[in-house]
Design a protein around this ligand. Structure first.
Ligand code: GAR
Length: 203
Protein backbone atom coordinates (compact mmCIF):
# COMPACT_ATOMS: atom_id res chain seq x y z
CA UNK A 1 0.00 0.00 0.00
CA UNK A 2 1.50 3.32 -1.10
CA UNK A 3 1.11 5.85 1.73
CA UNK A 4 0.44 9.28 0.26
CA UNK A 5 0.65 12.69 1.88
CA UNK A 6 -1.20 15.42 -0.05
CA UNK A 7 -0.15 19.07 0.29
CA UNK A 8 -2.76 21.69 -0.52
CA UNK A 9 -3.39 25.44 -0.35
CA UNK A 10 -6.89 26.02 -1.69
CA UNK A 11 -10.11 24.48 -2.89
CA UNK A 12 -8.80 20.97 -3.07
CA UNK A 13 -10.56 19.73 -6.21
CA UNK A 14 -7.44 17.75 -7.12
CA UNK A 15 -7.40 16.27 -3.61
CA UNK A 16 -11.05 15.34 -4.21
CA UNK A 17 -10.11 13.63 -7.48
CA UNK A 18 -7.58 11.52 -5.55
CA UNK A 19 -10.10 10.68 -2.81
CA UNK A 20 -12.68 9.72 -5.46
CA UNK A 21 -10.10 7.74 -7.43
CA UNK A 22 -9.29 5.66 -4.35
CA UNK A 23 -12.94 5.05 -3.52
CA UNK A 24 -13.92 4.10 -7.08
CA UNK A 25 -10.73 2.04 -7.49
CA UNK A 26 -9.27 4.01 -10.39
CA UNK A 27 -6.41 4.27 -7.90
CA UNK A 28 -5.44 0.97 -6.28
CA UNK A 29 -2.85 0.02 -3.65
CA UNK A 30 -2.74 3.57 -2.27
CA UNK A 31 -4.06 5.39 0.77
CA UNK A 32 -3.95 9.02 1.87
CA UNK A 33 -2.21 9.19 5.25
CA UNK A 34 -2.41 12.94 5.62
CA UNK A 35 -3.46 16.25 4.10
CA UNK A 36 -1.35 19.28 4.99
CA UNK A 37 -2.24 22.88 4.18
CA UNK A 38 -0.32 26.13 4.62
CA UNK A 39 -3.66 27.95 4.60
CA UNK A 40 -6.05 27.35 7.45
CA UNK A 41 -9.02 28.50 5.32
CA UNK A 42 -8.34 26.01 2.54
CA UNK A 43 -11.53 24.16 1.67
CA UNK A 44 -9.30 21.17 0.98
CA UNK A 45 -9.03 20.71 4.78
CA UNK A 46 -12.84 20.34 4.96
CA UNK A 47 -12.75 17.73 2.21
CA UNK A 48 -10.16 15.73 4.17
CA UNK A 49 -12.17 15.93 7.40
CA UNK A 50 -15.35 14.87 5.63
CA UNK A 51 -13.61 11.70 4.51
CA UNK A 52 -12.01 11.00 7.89
CA UNK A 53 -8.50 11.72 6.61
CA UNK A 54 -5.91 13.17 9.01
CA UNK A 55 -5.43 16.85 8.20
CA UNK A 56 -3.38 19.67 9.66
CA UNK A 57 -2.56 23.29 8.86
CA UNK A 58 1.02 24.50 9.10
CA UNK A 59 0.79 28.23 8.45
CA UNK A 60 3.81 30.48 7.90
CA UNK A 61 1.90 33.07 9.95
CA UNK A 62 2.53 30.99 13.07
CA UNK A 63 6.31 31.07 12.67
CA UNK A 64 8.82 33.85 13.16
CA UNK A 65 10.65 33.21 9.94
CA UNK A 66 10.67 31.07 6.81
CA UNK A 67 13.23 28.64 8.19
CA UNK A 68 11.09 27.81 11.23
CA UNK A 69 8.02 27.40 9.01
CA UNK A 70 9.90 25.04 6.72
CA UNK A 71 11.10 22.99 9.69
CA UNK A 72 7.53 22.67 10.96
CA UNK A 73 6.26 21.76 7.49
CA UNK A 74 8.87 19.03 7.07
CA UNK A 75 8.16 17.69 10.56
CA UNK A 76 4.43 17.52 9.81
CA UNK A 77 5.11 15.65 6.55
CA UNK A 78 7.64 13.24 8.10
CA UNK A 79 5.28 12.45 10.98
CA UNK A 80 2.83 10.95 8.50
CA UNK A 81 5.62 8.60 7.32
CA UNK A 82 4.58 8.85 3.65
CA UNK A 83 6.04 6.85 0.76
CA UNK A 84 4.91 9.48 -1.70
CA UNK A 85 4.01 13.18 -1.64
CA UNK A 86 1.50 14.85 -3.94
CA UNK A 87 1.45 18.63 -4.35
CA UNK A 88 -2.18 19.26 -5.28
CA UNK A 89 -2.40 23.01 -5.67
CA UNK A 90 0.26 23.62 -2.99
CA UNK A 91 1.52 27.14 -3.55
CA UNK A 92 4.60 27.07 -1.35
CA UNK A 93 8.13 26.54 -2.72
CA UNK A 94 9.45 23.24 -1.37
CA UNK A 95 12.61 23.62 0.77
CA UNK A 96 15.72 21.97 -0.68
CA UNK A 97 16.19 19.39 2.12
CA UNK A 98 12.64 18.15 1.53
CA UNK A 99 13.24 17.91 -2.24
CA UNK A 100 16.35 15.85 -1.50
CA UNK A 101 14.63 13.59 1.02
CA UNK A 102 11.70 12.84 -1.28
CA UNK A 103 13.49 12.83 -4.62
CA UNK A 104 11.38 10.97 -7.20
CA UNK A 105 8.82 10.49 -4.43
CA UNK A 106 7.15 13.89 -4.78
CA UNK A 107 4.96 14.98 -7.70
CA UNK A 108 3.20 18.23 -8.62
CA UNK A 109 0.25 19.06 -10.87
CA UNK A 110 0.64 22.22 -12.95
CA UNK A 111 -2.22 23.68 -15.05
CA UNK A 112 -0.38 24.13 -18.35
CA UNK A 113 1.65 22.14 -20.84
CA UNK A 114 5.15 22.63 -19.38
CA UNK A 115 7.40 24.34 -20.52
CA UNK A 116 4.70 26.88 -21.42
CA UNK A 117 3.30 29.15 -18.72
CA UNK A 118 5.25 27.74 -15.79
CA UNK A 119 7.93 28.81 -13.33
CA UNK A 120 7.91 31.61 -10.78
CA UNK A 121 4.70 33.64 -10.76
CA UNK A 122 2.70 31.14 -12.78
CA UNK A 123 0.15 29.52 -10.49
CA UNK A 124 -3.60 29.06 -10.36
CA UNK A 125 -5.63 31.48 -12.45
CA UNK A 126 -2.51 33.43 -13.52
CA UNK A 127 -1.50 30.50 -15.72
CA UNK A 128 -4.78 30.64 -17.63
CA UNK A 129 -4.70 34.45 -17.89
CA UNK A 130 -1.26 34.16 -19.49
CA UNK A 131 -2.37 31.42 -21.88
CA UNK A 132 -5.35 33.49 -23.04
CA UNK A 133 -3.23 36.65 -23.34
CA UNK A 134 -0.78 34.75 -25.59
CA UNK A 135 -3.63 33.43 -27.68
CA UNK A 136 -2.70 29.75 -27.57
CA UNK A 137 -5.27 27.39 -29.06
CA UNK A 138 -4.23 24.41 -26.96
CA UNK A 139 -3.26 24.28 -23.30
CA UNK A 140 -3.48 21.50 -20.73
CA UNK A 141 -1.93 20.14 -17.58
CA UNK A 142 1.30 18.43 -16.52
CA UNK A 143 2.24 16.06 -13.71
CA UNK A 144 5.95 16.13 -12.94
CA UNK A 145 8.45 15.09 -10.29
CA UNK A 146 9.55 17.91 -8.00
CA UNK A 147 13.16 19.01 -8.13
CA UNK A 148 14.95 22.13 -6.85
CA UNK A 149 13.52 24.39 -9.56
CA UNK A 150 10.01 25.73 -10.09
CA UNK A 151 8.13 23.34 -12.41
CA UNK A 152 11.43 22.00 -13.80
CA UNK A 153 11.27 18.37 -12.67
CA UNK A 154 10.95 15.38 -14.97
CA UNK A 155 7.61 15.24 -16.75
CA UNK A 156 5.45 12.19 -16.00
CA UNK A 157 2.13 12.85 -17.79
CA UNK A 158 0.61 15.64 -19.86
CA UNK A 159 -2.84 16.11 -21.33
CA UNK A 160 -3.88 18.73 -23.86
CA UNK A 161 -7.09 20.77 -23.64
CA UNK A 162 -8.51 23.02 -26.35
CA UNK A 163 -8.98 26.72 -25.74
CA UNK A 164 -12.38 27.87 -26.98
CA UNK A 165 -13.50 31.20 -28.34
CA UNK A 166 -14.77 33.47 -25.59
CA UNK A 167 -12.98 31.59 -22.79
CA UNK A 168 -12.40 33.54 -19.60
CA UNK A 169 -9.56 32.48 -17.29
CA UNK A 170 -12.14 30.94 -14.95
CA UNK A 171 -13.87 28.97 -17.72
CA UNK A 172 -10.55 27.74 -19.09
CA UNK A 173 -9.31 26.80 -15.60
CA UNK A 174 -12.40 24.69 -15.03
CA UNK A 175 -12.05 22.92 -18.39
CA UNK A 176 -8.36 22.18 -17.77
CA UNK A 177 -9.26 20.74 -14.36
CA UNK A 178 -12.12 18.59 -15.66
CA UNK A 179 -10.47 17.36 -18.84
CA UNK A 180 -6.88 17.08 -17.69
CA UNK A 181 -5.91 17.61 -14.05
CA UNK A 182 -8.51 15.38 -12.41
CA UNK A 183 -7.52 12.61 -14.82
CA UNK A 184 -3.73 12.68 -15.01
CA UNK A 185 -3.10 13.29 -11.31
CA UNK A 186 -4.99 10.14 -10.19
CA UNK A 187 -3.44 8.29 -13.15
CA UNK A 188 0.10 9.22 -12.06
CA UNK A 189 -0.65 8.03 -8.51
CA UNK A 190 -2.07 4.76 -9.83
CA UNK A 191 1.14 4.30 -11.85
CA UNK A 192 3.32 5.05 -8.80
CA UNK A 193 1.32 2.67 -6.59
CA UNK A 194 1.56 -0.20 -9.06
CA UNK A 195 5.10 -0.02 -10.37
CA UNK A 196 4.38 1.52 -13.79
CA UNK A 197 6.10 4.69 -12.62
CA UNK A 198 9.46 4.04 -11.02
CA UNK A 199 9.69 6.04 -7.82
CA UNK A 200 12.32 6.65 -5.21
CA UNK A 201 15.30 5.71 -7.33
CA UNK A 202 17.06 6.76 -10.51
CA UNK A 203 15.65 5.19 -13.66
C1 GAR B 1 -4.95 23.61 -9.78
O1 GAR B 1 -5.38 24.14 -11.00
C2 GAR B 1 -3.47 23.28 -9.84
O2 GAR B 1 -3.07 22.77 -11.07
C3 GAR B 1 -2.86 24.62 -9.57
O3 GAR B 1 -3.66 25.17 -8.55
C4 GAR B 1 -4.99 24.68 -8.69
C5 GAR B 1 -5.46 24.11 -7.36
O4 GAR B 1 -6.81 23.76 -7.40
N1 GAR B 1 -1.49 24.51 -9.19
C6 GAR B 1 -0.56 25.40 -9.56
O5 GAR B 1 -0.81 26.40 -10.19
C7 GAR B 1 0.85 25.04 -9.11
N2 GAR B 1 1.82 25.88 -9.77
P1 GAR B 1 -7.44 22.76 -6.34
O6 GAR B 1 -7.07 23.29 -4.94
O7 GAR B 1 -8.91 22.84 -6.57
O8 GAR B 1 -6.88 21.40 -6.59
Amino acid sequence: MLKICVLVSGGGTNLQAIIDGISNKTITNAEIVGVISNNRNAFALERAKKHGIFSVCVSPKDYENRELFYQALMKAVDEREPDFIVLAGFLVAIPAPMVEKYRRRMINIHPSLIPSFCGTGYYGLKVHEAALARGVKVTGATVHFVDEGTDTGEIILQKAVEVQQGDTPEVLQRRVMEEAEWKILPQAIEMAANGTLKIGEER
